[in-house]
Design a protein around this ligand. Structure first.
Ligand SMILES: NC(=O)c1ccc[n+]([C@@H]2O[C@H](COP(=O)([O-])OP(=O)(O)OC[C@H]3O[C@@H](n4cnc5c(N)ncnc54)[C@H](OP(=O)(O)O)[C@@H]3O)[C@@H](O)[C@H]2O)c1
Length: 304
């Protein structure tokens, strides 16, 4: 069973692996409520109790799809923690008025988007709201005002950010009535920025856990034709037997979770078999040398 961990001091507890919904409308075979319901049940069976979504996913259609699916089974929503994000606005069928994609994290927009997310998902609170990307045109006071209002009204239980650098995080956090509980960032063997850019260190200092998006590099890590991936596959083949015949994706997840900031990876598959296989990664504890061997394989050179 996947364990649950507090994501921050006085923050909510989330499952160590999270189910991501970015792609749930992408595949015609699985983009239906019956299939998603099966995945939700499998998640619960495995101990994956946290769902990650966003206003913009599926060009603003994923939250509604989640809502339709949750409504099929009374009580199902209460078995999950729901994380959603707001702040990215792109031209699309829903918004023919928009000519350019933009970010907006002003207070009124955050409140309006959150109320829309609650309505579309048919729920009365969001467990964690994230500002999806830093909006360069909005002050931290303004963004914090929106988040603080939603926290006070109980519409969101916790607030956090995604894709913020350490300075942007520190600034917004300084304006919050209740501290930010996470920074959701891209982190994988193919994208290691959080271990160099201060994100992992900041999370440790504050005692919060980052959420790791695209843990398989948007699927690129499974594509052996790419040079970094082919080196990682070769190293994983050497290590597999030592870790109970672990597969490349399982070792890649274990590599992320071994970082001392204790990142919570977000699973992106639409396939139940892959969901089940991924869950096994939570039990793999990589040895120091093997963690560095995977780093070395990914980079194509040794440590400096
Ligand atoms: N905050 C942000 O800015 C942000 C940005 C991007 C994503 N996210 C979150 O992170 C979640 C995960 O991101 P992601 O979907 O990019 O994750 P990912 O795991 O890096 O990539 C998922 C892709 O890899 C494929 N895949 C998974 N396992 C595979 C395997 N064993 N062999 C071959 N292909 C495999 C999946 O296809 P199948 O479905 O066929 O398995 C899917 O197309 C999203 O759902 C979303 O919740 C957040």
């Amino acid at each position: 069973m996947i364990p649950r961990l507090p994501i921050a001091p006085n923050g909510p507890s989330f499952s160590k692996l999270i189910y991501g919904t970015w792609r749930i409308l992408d595949d015609a075979d699985t983009a239906n409520s019956a299939d998603l319901l099966k995945r939700f049940h499998k998640c619960l069976e495995l101990g994956i109790t946290t769902l990650d979504t966003a206003e913009i996913y599926g060009l603003y259609k994923v939250e509604e799809f989640i809502g339709e699916t949750l409504k099929k089974e009374p009580g199902l929503r209460d078995k999950f923690e729901i994380v959603t994000k707001c702040g990215i606005y792109v031209p699309c069928d829903y918004h023919p008025d928009r000519k350019t994609a933009f970010y907006n994290a002003d207070a009124a927009r955050i409140v309006k988007s959150t109320e829309k997310s609650l309505r579309l998902m048919g729920i009365d609170h969001i467990d964690l709201l994230l500002v999806h990307r830093p909006d360069w045109l909005t002050s931290a006071d303004e963004t914090a005002a929106g988040l603080n209002k939603l926290l006070k009204e109980g519409k969101i239980r916790a607030a956090g950010v995604s894709n913020y650098n350490v300075h942007q995080f520190e600034l917004l956090n300084s304006r919050m009535a209740q501290p930010l509980v996470t920074n959701q960032v891209e982190f994988s063997l193919l994208h290691m920025d959080p271990i160099y850019d201060g994100t992992g260190d900041q999370c440790q200092r504050l005692g919060i856990k980052p959420m790791a998006w695209s843990p398989l590099g948007k699927g690129a890590l499974m594509d052996k034709t790419q040079s970094a991936s082919s080196r990682i596959h070769a190293k994983c083949a050497e290590l597999s037997a030592k870790y109970g015949d672990a597969t490349v994706d399982q070792l890649a997840y274990a590599w992320i979770m071994a970082h001392p900031s204790q990142p919570l990876p977000i699973i992106g598959t639409n396939r139940i078999d892959r969901l089940v296989a991924t869950a096994k990664s939570a039990d793999i504890k990589l040895d120091r040398e093997d963690w560095y061997a995977l780093w070395t394989a990914a980079k194509g050179h040794g440590i400096p």
